[in-house]
Write a new protein. Sequence first.
Length: 71
Amino acid sequence: MSDQVSNDTAAVSRFIDNFQSAVDFQEPVEITAETELASLAEWDSLAALGVIVMFDMEYGKSIADLFALLG
């Protein structure tokens, strides 16, 4: 595995950990890079707000940056 792939994998893993903390699921949920948010039973406006705050606090990104990433 190249250093870049290793770094990318670590970054995705860190993002997933941050995401799970931000959403604060009541039951354990398996999240992968391919997980669709709509498929998560606890995904709602409060969870989305937690992710917006996480984006700001952990990555220094705003809601506009998030929308730009989503297209």
